[in-house]
Design a protein around this ligand. Structure first.
Ligand SMILES: [Mg+2]
Length: 423
């Protein structure tokens, strides 16, 4: 089944692949997904009503490549989503559920329209009820701005950040909302923007959304203009020193696996993140624990009084963030990011409302920063947790909740489509 396709098509996966080859293959699918999403929006196709967009040449080409990829993955040794992949010369069983599921949904989208996608969506709660709850808040409403987290909010969690590419049906849903229901749509993630970061993982059609990485410290706007929060020289040196030590640690054979699973190792502006576990719990706990001990030791040497870095352990990742300029007792957070983006992009939010979407407590500072500026906020949080829901309700003027990104993405798409129909 080996072969090289011509033109822009990515080469097919071989019968045996390394994890890097798989990543590179998905990287090459991204522009195809993006072109198809752009064509759907440019042609004003309503995929809730329109079922045959694969007849458009760009969409047809994307469809056959996605189908070939799914077939190639399903031909790897293993069964279902568990497939054998080579990592560091060893053959390991890897869970490819995210990659397979989103491929299947994109194929359904191009073949059958959103009707085909909706049949495959699932969340822990009651999908229809949650969809109604979210739509009741956002339907028929125009927002001066949207700030949305990515992972767990408008994207399903992937076992590996490196291949958490955005599916095209979600790019269409979200891109349409960005075009019709708001002046500015920021995707604000703690992940990196450049390298194998947000830019290279997104299929958003050109000109629709602004992408902000490193908790908002760096951004690329929908018109291509870019900016970043300046680091002081001493801060840059500290990050470099920490980066050197972490990379040396990850080169040790007992820890090299950690660079390949979950978030992997991410060098962001003002922050370094390294995975010590993934959602499939593929790392033995003693390795996670001893790696965390090593990091703590390094931090004690580089930042003895712990005034420069905040260490946050999220369960899967360890995040090492430079302290905030606003409050040296804490790390830079997404509220600082929102304030920076408003100033750097010269946004006039008026009185709002501004829509904030998130799924963890680390997204709350976005709401708090806007409230401090006197801006009305609406919040949609993907949050099964009652404590987090209570905190969201306290911090925003109005809120709706759901239990999975699939609900929020669907709701934003439906609301965006409704706004695009002249009344
Ligand atoms: Mg998240």
């Amino acid at each position: 089944m080996a072969g090289i396709s011509s033109g822009t098509l990515p080469p097919l996966l071989e019968a045996s692949v390394t994890l890097d080859e798989l990543y590179e293959h998905f990287d090459r699918l991204r522009p195809l997904r993006r072109r198809a999403a752009s064509a759907i929006l440019e042609n004003g196709l309503d995929l809730d009503a329109h079922h045959a967009c694969h007849r458009a040449p760009v969409c047809g080409e994307t469809l056959s490549t996605l189908e070939e990829t799914l077939h190639a993955i399903d031909s790897l040794p293993g069964s279902g989503s568990s497939r054998e992949i080579e990592i560091d010369g060893r053959s390991l069983t890897v869970n490819l559920e995210y990659e397979r599921t989103e491929l299947q949904r994109d194929i359904a989208c191009l073949r059958l329209g959103m009707k085909g996608v909706v049949q495959t969506l699932h969340v822990p709660g009651a999908f229809e009820q949650e969809l109604d709850d979210v739509l009741e808040l956002i339907h028929d409403r125009r927002y001066t701005c949207v700030f949305s987290d990515r992972d767990g909010t408008i994207a399903n969690y992937s076992g590996r950040y490196r291949s958490s590419h955005q599916p095209l049906y979600a790019a269409v849903r979200l891109g349409r909302f960005a075009m019709t229901a708001t002046d500015h749509f920021f995707v604000l993630t703690s992940g990196p923007l450049y390298g194998h970061g947000l830019l290279s993982l997104s299929a958003f059609p050109e000109g629709t959304v602004h992408l902000a990485g490193s908790k908002g410290r760096e951004f690329v706007r929908s018109d291509g203009t870019a900016g970043s929060f300046p680091l002081r020289e001493e801060e840059r040196l500290l990050i470099m020193k920490l980066d050197e030590r972490l990379r040396a640690l990850l080169e040790r054979p007992d820890y090299s696996l950690l660079a390949s699973i979950g978030s992997g190792y991410q060098q962001k502006l003002g922050q370094l993140t390294v995975s010590i576990q993934d959602i499939h719990r593929s790392v033995p706990s003693e390795i996670s624990e001893s790696f965390l001990d090593e990091i703590t030791t390094i931090l004690r040497q580089i930042d003895p009084d712990r005034s420069r870095f905040e260490l946050d352990h999220t369960g899967f990742d360890v995040e090492l963030t430079l302290a905030s300029d606003v409050d040296r007792a804490r790390g830079y957070h997404k509220g600082d990011g929102v304030n920076y983006l408003i100033e750097a992009c010269g946004l006039d939010l008026g009185e709002g409302p501004v829509l904030v979407c998130g799924d963890t407590p680390s997204d709350l500072p976005m709401l708090e920063a806007l409230a401090q500026r006197g801006v009305e906020t609406h919040a949609v949080f993907v949050a099964p947790d009652a404590d987090l829901r209570a905190r969201v309700q306290q911090a925003s003027s109005a809120a709706a909740f759901c239990t999975g990104p699939d609900v929020l993405v669907t709701a934003l798409g439906i609301a965006g489509q409704a706004m695009s129909v002249p009344t």
